[in-house]
Design a protein around this ligand. Sequence first.
Ligand code: FAD
Ligand code: NAD
Length: 327
Amino acid sequence: MSAPIAIIGTGIAGLSAAQALHAAGQHVELFDKSRGSGGRMSSKRSDAGSLDLGAQYFTARDRRFAEMVKQWRDRGWVAEWSPSLYNFAAGQLLPSPDEQIRWVGSPRMSAITRAMLGALPVSFACRITEVFHGERHWGLQDAEGLSHGPFSHVIVATPAPQATALLAAAPKLAGAAASVAMEPVWAVALGFDTPLDTRVEGCFVQDNPLDWVARNRSKPGREAGLDTWVLHASNAWSKQHLDLPKEVVIEHLHGAFAEMIGCAVPAPSFSLAHRWLYARPSQAHQWGALADADLGLYACGDWCLSGRVEGAWLSGQEAARRLLEHL
Ligand code: FAD
Ligand code: NAD
C-alpha cells in the first residue's frame, strides 16, 4: 500500500477533498488543531443547547454543490431553513422576504462535517506546525514536537493566514496564501427565558455594529428551551474591537441588538462570545485550489474561491481533482 495523503484541516474544504480522494480509492489521514471537525461550520455545545456561532446557513448556486446538498438532504444531514427575514437599515426594521433556498445542518451545523468525516482516520487537538519533505515522502510536525508520516501528498485546508507557514516548501503557494487578508467577526449568543415578542427570525443589518442576527429556534431541529439569538458583529466593528474582553463585547452587541430589534429586550439569562479571527477573506478569488503537483503539495479553502460554504466545498473538490489527475 502506498503512503496515505495527509489533509490538514477538517473544515468543509478538507473534508470535501477527503471524500473525493476516498471515493477514488486513496487513503487519507486528517489532522485538526481543534477537538472536533467543522472549523467555521462547527457548533458549540452550551448550557443553551447547540449553537451555530460561525456559518449561519448556506446557499447552493453551483450545479455540483447543489447536487451534493440534495444528497445530504436525502440522508438527513441538512434541512431547508425558511426564516422570516428582515433587513435593518437607516434605523428601520422591515420585512425582507425572498425566494432564496437556504440550508442548515440538522440538527446543528456541525452535523454535516461530522457525517462527512465518518470513519476516516483523524487526529484532533493536533496543531501542525511544519510540513517537510524527506527523501521520498512528506512528513508533518505538530506543536508537541511529534512527527507524523510518511505521506505521499499533503493538502493544506486551513484559513490562508494559517496556511502560509505550512506551504513554505512551495514558495509560490505560500506567497499566494500570504496575499489573502482575512477579516475577523465577533459572534455573541444571547438566551432569554421569555421569548422575545418579535417575528424576526433572521435579519441582515447595515451600517451598524451588527451585521446579522438569527433566532436559533427557528432553524429546523434545534432545541427550543431558551429563546437564543446569535448576533454577528460587522467586520469593521470586530476589527476595531478585536481585543475587547468578552463581557464588554456582549454588553455592546446586546445594546445594539436591543436598539434594532424593535421589542423589549431583557437581560439575557445566558450569554457567550466567540471571536473568529479569520472569518472571511476580504475578497473572492478564482483560484479553485493551489497546487504544486510536482512536489505533491496542495492548498484549498474558502479563500481560494468565494468566502462561503459552497466555495470551500468546491475548493476541496478541486484540490482532490488536481491531485488525482497527477497520480
Ligand atoms: P475552516 O472551516 O476554517 O476549516 C479549517 C480547519 O483547519 C479548522 O477546523 C481549523 O481548526 C484547522 N486548522 C487551522 N490551522 C491548523 C493547523 N495548523 N493544524 C491543524 N489544523 C488546523 N458561509 C456561508 O456560506 N454562509 C454563512 O452564513 C456564513 N456565515 C459565516 C459566519 C461567520 C461568523 C464565519 C466565521 C464564517 C461564515 N461563513 C459563512 C463562511 C464559512 O463558514 C466558511 O467559508 C467555511 O466554513 C470555510 O471552510 P474551510 O474548510 O475553508 O475552513
Ligand atoms: P444570501 O444570498 O442569503 O446573502 C448574500 C447577501 O445578500 C447577504 O449578505 C445580504 O447582504 C444580501 N441579502 C440576501 N437576501 C437578502 C434579503 N432577503 N434581504 C436583504 N438582504 C439580503 O447568501 P450567500 O450569498 O450564500 O451568502 C451567505 C451569507 O454568509 C451572507 O449573509 C454572508 O454575509 C455570510 N457570510 C458571513 C461571513 C462572516 O464572516 N460573517 C463569512 C462568509 C459569509
